[in-house]
Write a protein that binds this ligand. Structure first.
Ligand SMILES: NC(=O)c1ccc[n+]([C@@H]2O[C@H](COP(=O)([O-])OP(=O)(O)OC[C@H]3O[C@@H](n4cnc5c(N)ncnc54)[C@H](OP(=O)(O)O)[C@@H]3O)[C@@H](O)[C@H]2O)c1
Length: 244
């Protein structure tokens, strides 16, 4: 499968969805710059994928990092996937710090990179994919801060599309809303909701069938970059366009 991107940036590329997305991009011939804080994990990805994957260790919320990477490497695809693991607790058992954890990482990094993408700007024809979550559509009573952080990321992507159109930039902004999975950032969610419902982890996971896998997420990202829609739900059965 080939995509028309010479250089891409994937945030949160060291594991989970981001690693699978980076692997799919490299397989499609795209030089992929992977960002995460843990340098060793990024080096392990490079050992696996080869030199078409360049590790950039750093905090994805860092404005200077975003500006420099965009300015120096001129990527035409950004996949804004980095995210913190949510703190699972009902709203009255959260503190402001735990409730806003995903605002500080997920939303802040989406804001930072999209702002830089519009201000530089990225070359015409570029695409920016934001990894929101199904929680942004349906809410998440045990991680309300997560659901609202992902809803804010959705709006930032929508506003960016408007600004791109107004300034005739020809940059497309796409938001994806994956369903809950038992891996990565979703694992604590599965444990939290299983406990809340009084069932064991395996029973809860059985309800999520068909499970969305990182490889499916990677395939969906590639598909979404070629589509026309601004928003897609992403489940174990594939991409589903959201019309608003
Ligand atoms: N898994 C699910 O069920 C699910 C469902 C819907 C949406 N999502 C969303 O999909 C995305 C990926 O999820 P995942 O399950 O693959 O997560 P994951 O396995 O926990 O991986 C998170 C990635 O983000 C990086 N990261 C975290 N904070 C960062 C920061 N400040 N700067 C740079 N990198 C940072 C991590 O690396 P370092 O820690 O080394 O920085 C890691 O590479 C997240 O945005 C998540 O909210 C996940």
């Amino acid at each position: 499968m080939s995509v028309p991107f010479t250089t891409a940036v994937v945030t949160g590329a060291s594991r989970g969805f981001g690693r699978a997305i980076a692997a799919a991009l490299v397989a499609a011939g795209t030089h992929t710059l992977g960002i995460a804080r843990d340098e060793q994990e990024l080096r392990a990805v490079q050992a696996d994928l080869g030199n078409a994957f360049s590790p950039i260790p750093g905090d994805a919320t860092d404005e200077t990092l975003a500006q420099n990477v965009i300015h120096e490497h001129r990527p035409t695809l950004l996949v804004l996937n980095a995210g913190a693991t949510p703190h699972m607790a009902p709203v009255h058992h959260q503190t402001w710090e735990t409730f806003t954890r995903n605002w500080q990482v997920d939303t802040r990094h989406v804001f930072t990179w999209i702002r830089a993408a519009l201000r530089e700007p990225l070359p015409p024809g570029s695409v920016v994919v934001t990894m929101s979550s199904g929680a942004a559509l349906g809410g998440s009573p045990l991680s309300g801060g997560y659901a609202s952080a992902k809803a804010a990321s959705r709006y930032i992507s929508t506003y960016a599309n408007d600004e791109s159109t107004r300034a005739d930039l020809d940059i497309r902004f796409v938001a994806l809303f994956p369903q809950l999975t038992p891996q990565g950032a979703g694992s604590t969610g599965v444990d939290g909701y299983a406990a809340r419902e009084g069932v064991d982890r395996d029973t809860f996971i059985a309800r999520l069938q068909p499970i969305l896998t990182p490889d499916q997420v990677a395939k969906a990202v590639m598909e979404a970059t070629r589509g026309n829609a601004a928003e897609y739900r992403l489940t174990g059965t594939g991409l589903h366009q959201i019309s608003r």
